[in-house]
Design a protein around this ligand. Structure first.
Ligand code: ADP
Length: 308
């Protein structure tokens, strides 16, 4: 195992770290979703770096932040594509472990141009490693002003949060704010509800918990988060609703694009833009409204370049 390299040695507390997953996406745009066992033509295709943390890092970079990703890297053909693309986008990945002889996770995505849907088929190689607390311990935490944890590999993420909480309690003046993302519909993801200054809850996860709208999700989860934590629930074309640490409910409507071309990563885009604003001391309303604006713009374009 070796470590990826990038050229950032600054000790300023100016980086936003995103801890999560990176994979290779092959995206087809089709007039409509194909019939099973049929042959049809796509109108376009794109190769892209994907995965929640990877997508959010791209958006942060487009917005002018200084993003770093902590994700497992590979060195096969697709792994090299991912590392080249991180470099091109100015995303720091110097602390990512690189696993030789490990296949890169691969996603096939079909975008239906008539329905605006995205259908995802994901391949995760057997025994693909998760991020580990050992990798997290190697970070110089004083470089980060915000850390976002994508909710996967929960046992290790909980250990990382313990390390971060420990660091924060001995560096009161440099406290690092952090957020968690509840999206994957697994029981162990519930363990993240009580963690973080900001808890992002995806609508899939809210439905998994039995909630039917963003507001009931906020009401149901409010007693379970840390005292003073903010809960944010993005809800597709309805926009987003948030509950501040002192219980105020804040809403912002979506910004629908002229045509929905690619909703892949809409949630990751929303999270990145919202964190970008929160980490720059904007209000909660300004932050979720900016999240909706940037995520809406993203839905109207393929990919992320030029999103701002
Ligand atoms: P995901 O399914 O990727 O987790 P959501 O569907 O909840 O994400 O959408 C996240 C954000 O993206 C929404 O809060 C909204 O700002 C934006 N968004 C998603 N779909 C649309 C749409 N059809 N029109 C405008 N904005 C959208």
């Amino acid at each position: 195992m070796e470590t990826g390299k990038a050229d950032c040695s600054s000790e300023n507390q100016d980086r936003i770290l995103v801890v999560g997953y990176s994979c290779f996406d092959l995206i087809f745009s089709a007039p409509r979703f194909p019939e099973e066992d049929s042959m049809s033509r796509a109108v376009d295709y794109h190769k892209r770096r994907g995965g929640n943390a990877s997508n959010s890092s791209t958006v942060l970079s487009q917005l002018g932040a200084k993003p770093e990703i902590l994700a497992v890297m590979t060195d096969d053909e697709y792994g090299k594509f991912i590392q080249d693309d991180l470099k091109k986008n100015g995303i720091i990945f110097e602390n990512c472990p690189v696993y030789a002889k490990t296949e890169t996770p691969f996603t096939n995505i079909i975008l239906s141009l008539s329905a605006g849907t995205r259908t995802i088929l994901h391949y995760r190689p057997k025994d693909y490693p998760d991020n580990s607390v050992d990798d997290f311990r190697k970070l110089t935490l004083s470089k980060y002003k915000w850390i976002h944890f994508e909710g996967r590999g929960i046992p290790e993420v909980l250990k990382m949060i313990d390390v971060l909480d420990g660091w924060n309690s001995s560096h009161i003046e440099k406290k690092i704010l952090y957020s968690v993302e509840l999206e994957r519909c697994h029981d162990d993801v519930k363990k993240l509800i009580s963690k973080g200054n900001v808890v992002f809850v995806a609508k899939e996860f809210a439905k998994f918990l039995g909630y039917t709208c963003a507001t009931s999700t906020l009401q149901g989860l409010a007693p379970l988060v840390q005292p003073g934590a903010t809960i944010i629930v993005p809800w597709g074309e309805q926009g987003a609703v948030a509950r501040s640490g002192d219980g105020e409910i804040i809403r912002s409507s979506a910004y629908p694009p002229k045509a929905v071309l690619d909703t892949t990563g809409a949630g990751d885009t929303f999270i990145a833009a919202t964190i970008f604003y929160l980490s720059n001391n904007k209000t909660l309303f300004e932050a979720i409204d900016f999240g909706n604006k940037i995520a809406g713009a993203k839905c109207g374009m393929v990919g992320y370049l030029g999103i701002n």
